[in-house]
Design a protein around this ligand. Structure first.
Ligand SMILES: NC(=O)c1ccc[n+]([C@@H]2O[C@H](COP(=O)([O-])OP(=O)(O)OC[C@H]3O[C@@H](n4cnc5c(N)ncnc54)[C@H](O)[C@@H]3O)[C@@H](O)[C@H]2O)c1
Length: 263
């Protein structure tokens, strides 16, 4: 459905229902990816205006796209200026991009320190750089909600048995990056609370993306809900944290993992 049709549908629906994110201007970084696509659809369904900030556009969706490279500070400031020029404010921001080096999937023994450093810099520092500039804008506005995407692997060590018999690697730097994002979010929530600017995390568990059968079965067996998640099951929690329904929640980590991390 193109943007025009989506706008028409929204006008029709908005006569009858209010969405959680009505009138809100929301940025999603990495909106062209697996979780980003479902998230943008959900924000839109909740009445929000969503802008995709990604290095590559997604030709299959008609949401506004502004190029963004979260590893370059000038790209972030230029992106924010373009959003402000076109939309006037930023009510919500989701750090969802997933930059990584070409050898991201290498075994720990084959993963050089240079790659470790690059990934920490691209991902953890990239998230911080987006936080720094987006939160400054929200502070100036006197309100705003930012959500950082972490992971169960920012909280728990991996269970390597679920990868047995497959080529899938759980990258060592991911645990440090996602754990870093979790506590960075707590620092920022505390720092910006007095400006009514909120910072929270969402930590998804494994999302089904056509992984090998052996992995899907082993992962599902270990999960209390006995299956992997879908992008559509992650998006509503992010929308909740972006919405005014969560306006007294900050510094929280909302785990959406079918129970993986509690056993
Ligand atoms: N998929 C999962 O199972 C899962 C589980 C837990 C957490 N997460 C987290 O959710 C987020 C999204 O994951 P995903 O699976 O949708 O990833 P994905 O790889 O499908 O999409 C990531 C998007 O980020 C974009 N991107 C990469 N580098 C960028 C950069 N420098 N600047 C801007 N955009 C850039 C890519 O172009 C892509 O569109 C990530 O933070 C990831 O760690 C994912």
């Amino acid at each position: 459905m193109d943007r025009c049709m989506k706008g028409f549908r929204y006008i029709c629906l908005s006569n009858f229902i209010m969405g959680k994110l009505d009138q809100k201007i929301i940025v999603v970084t990495g909106g062209s990816g697996l979780l980003g696509k479902a998230l943008m659809e959900r924000i839109y369904a909740e009445g929000g205006t969503v802008i995709n900030g990604d290095m590559q556009s997604d030709s299959n969706n008609a949401f506004p796209f502004i190029p963004l490279d979260i590893t370059e500070e000038a790209s972030i400031t230029n992106f924010i200026q373009q959003v402000l020029d076109q939309y006037g404010r930023i009510d919500g921001w989701v750090n969802n991009a997933y930059p990584r080096t070409n050898d991201w999937g290498a075994h720990l023994e084959d993963f050089p320190l240079s790659s470790w450093k690059s990934n920490i810099d691209m991902h953890l520092t990239g998230y911080y750089a987006c936080c720094k500039h987006a939160l400054l804008q929200m502070k100036n506005q006197g309100y705003g909600s930012l959500v950082n995407m972490s992971s169960i692997y920012g909280m728990n060590g991996p269970d390597f048995t679920v990868y047995e018999g497959t080529e899938i690697i759980n990258p060592v730097a991911y645990s440090a990056i996602k754990g870093g994002i979790l506590n960075l979010s707590r620092y920022l929530a505390s720092y910006y609370g007095k400006y009514q600017v909120r910072v929270n995390c969402v930590s998804p568990g494994g999302i089904f993306d056509h992984q090998p059968k052996a992995f899907v079965e082993a992962y599902s067996k270990k999960t209390p809900l006995k299956r992997m998640g879908t992008p559509e099951e992650i998006a509503p929690s992010i929308c909740f944290l972006l919405s005014d329904e969560s306006k007294y929640i900050t510094g929280h980590n909302l785990v959406v993992d079918g129970g993986w991390s509690i056993v």
